[in-house]
Design a protein around this ligand. Structure first.
Ligand SMILES: [Zn+2]
Length: 114
């Protein structure tokens, strides 16, 4: 199963409904990747994140930690720093969304999910 967050990343950062939708799909994408890694025998210690929109710094940190762990276990390199962004800045928001989407795509491709 492939859960592609790509269709949910192009929205106005002040749109709460779009954020909710993104967060749900993104959470499912992480869970999907986590399960695929377990199924394929990768040693995963971290559990997929639950999103807390009210705590953006915490959420960004958790998401980044999880992607560091994925890249580490899968032997991938070139992970951008996803923890350091101001999502209220529209330009930074769009850059981050694209960068983060590409990270998911790389993980999904490596796992044969994409
Ligand atoms: Zn992510």
């Amino acid at each position: 199963m492939s859960l592609n967050i790509g269709a949910f990343i192009d929205f106005d950062p002040i749109d709460k409904d779009a954020w909710s939708q993104f967060n749900l799909i993104h959470m499912l994408a992480h869970q999907n990747e986590y399960q695929a890694m377990l199924d394929q025998g990768y040693p995963m210690s971290l559990h997929p994140l639950d999103h807390d929109l009210d705590d953006e710094d915490n959420w960004l940190g958790l998401n980044y930690t999880e992607h560091v762990s994925q890249y580490d276990v899968l032997g991938l390199s070139g992970l951008p720093d996803l923890s350091n962004v101001n999502l209220q800045d529209e330009s930074q928001f769009h850059d981050w969304m694209l960068l983060h989407y590409q990270v998911h795509l790389k993980v999904d491709q490596t796992l044969g999910l994409a």
